[in-house]
Design a protein around this ligand. Structure first.
Ligand SMILES: Cc1cc2nc3c(=O)[nH]c(=O)nc-3n(C[C@H](O)[C@H](O)[C@H](O)COP(=O)(O)OP(=O)(O)OC[C@H]3O[C@@H](n4cnc5c(N)ncnc54)[C@H](O)[C@@H]3O)c2cc1C
Length: 413
């Protein structure tokens, strides 16, 4: 099927966006609330559910109008468009007031839905991937464990075959949005007698299954966006296995590449932006200070470089809807920009950043500062992105690997 011409498609997308969203308002120079600049929400369950409903209404409209999963091949349930169409949609969308999204919405639509669409059976695509893309069902990512974060392939959660079923035992941690999710994309060890990456299988776990216990973790920024998830004798039908037994590492790396692209490029507002810092500098009457001007210019240039890199990576991304290792570049640039934005705001505010003085817009920046470090960890830490860029993009020699033996022979197993 021929691709629609990008310029014509752009104006159709813009017209559609105008039917469901209001144009974006200019950044307010002062009077930010904590919620405006917070990287992570600090909401009650009721408020979080209300926010999820707002996000879901937009995601459903977007799906039904044909603007979801733009680059995913048509046979996998996407639109089969090019990275250029996706970049154009993001650009057009950024001119509108998109409902503030949540971690769980991004994980559902941009990570789990994409992985189930790529690795699932036709039935799983029809039942789950479609429902995740429309956010009719919400899904979290059950990957990290207390002893397996950067070294995710060292995970110990076990899935043992039992007749037509699997029985799962283990613990996951830092699971964003688990308390509101219907399903979780789980990685579990199904074969300890092969090298660690080869013995992992992916499953879709209904979060209300007997034996699943979710414990929210309170963050320093106040909210509880992520959780510990304990799995004790959880029985799963083989129909909920995603991909082949032993294909879990491929599912994981594809999902993480989507996560890096999402962290690096999405329109979802996380924390303060350049415009917000500029507004702060103006409200403090500091824009004539040459040092402040230099800091602001540096931030602006880094933002522009990030935007250009997002576009370049999107255009060069692998065919078939899967991002390549270059996604690590944009993830790294995005987390760096988030950190620097907070640092410039903190320099402008001085000691006032440390307390909630009630002055308009001040505690809001504290919320930014407390949340920003999270994005230097989520989806693979800065150091891990640098390793990936070194090894897979620049083709530098790899780190020494001492674990190329069956998982069961590694120390501690
Ligand atoms: C906001 C947020 C949301 C998250 N959401 C989810 C989620 O929904 N689902 C999920 O499964 N997980 C989630 N995580 C977990 C996240 O993926 C892990 O925190 C991350 O992969 C790092 O793992 P770790 O915390 O175990 O740190 P560790 O792996 O213990 O790392 C500790 C430190 O050592 C460094 N390090 C480790 N190995 C190397 C190396 N080879 N070279 C150089 N430095 C190294 C790291 O960079 C880090 O500084 C989330 C985390 C955050 C912060």
């Amino acid at each position: 099927m021929p691709q629609p011409k990008v310029d014509e498609w752009r104006s159709e997308a813009r017209q559609w966006l105008a039917t469901v969203l209001e144009p974006r308002r200019a950044a307010e120079p002062t009077g930010h609330t904590a919620a405006d600049l917070a990287v992570f929400h600090n909401l009650t369950d009721k408020e979080e559910r209300r926010l999820l409903d707002r996000c879901r209404a937009y995601q459903r409209a977007r799906h039904d109008a044909g603007y979801q999963a733009l680059t995913l091949p048509r046979e996998n349930g996407g639109q089969g468009l090019t990275a250029a169409h996706a970049a154009v949609f993001a650009e057009e969308e950024s001119a509108f007031d998109v409902p503030p999204s949540t971690e769980l919405i991004s994980v559902t639509v941009r990570l789990v839905a994409m992985s189930v669409a790529l690795f699932g059976t036709p039935e799983q695509r029809e039942t789950y991937a479609r429902a995740f893309l429309r956010t009719d069902l919400l899904a979290c990512q059950l990957f990290s464990e207390p002893g397996a974060g950067s070294d995710l392939a060292a995970l110990r959660t076990r899935a043992r075959p039992d007749g037509e079923d699997w029985v799962i035992d283990g613990q996951k941690v830092w699971t964003s949005g688990a308390q509101f999710a219907d399903h979780g994309l789980l990685l579990a060890r199904t074969d300890p007698h092969v090298v660690k990456q080869a013995g992992i299988t992916a499953f879709l776990v209904p979060m209300d299954s007997p034996g699943v216990e979710i414990r929210p973790i309170r963050q320093m920024s106040g909210g509880a966006s992520f959780n510990e998830v304990f799995l004790s004798g959880v029985r799963l039908s083989d129909a909920l296995r995603i991909g082949r037994p032993g294909q879990g590492w491929e599912v994981a790396t594809a999902t993480l590449a989507f996560e890096r692209t999402t962290s690096g490029s999405g329109n979802r507002r996380k924390g303060g932006t350049f415009d917000d810092v500029l507004g702060l500098a103006r409200s403090l009457k500091r824009t004539h200070d040459p040092l402040v001007r230099q800091r602001l210019a540096d931030l602006y240039v880094r933002g522009a470089l990030r935007a250009a890199t997002v576009e370049r990576v999107a255009r060069a991304s692998a065919s078939g809807g899967r991002p390549g290792p270059e996604a690590s570049l944009t993830k790294l640039m995005a987390s760096d920009l988030l950190t620097r934005t907070g640092q410039v705001a903190a320099e402008l505010m001085g000691a006032r950043i440390t307390a909630d003085t009630g002055e308009p817009g001040t505690f809001a920046w504290t919320e930014h500062l407390l949340g920003a470090p999270g994005y230097r960890l989520a989806g693979g830490t800065d150091q891990i992105q640098r390793n990936l860029i070194g090894e897979r993009v620049l083709k530098l020699p790899g780190e020494p690997r001492v674990d190329k033996v069956p998982f069961s022979e590694l120390p501690g197993n």
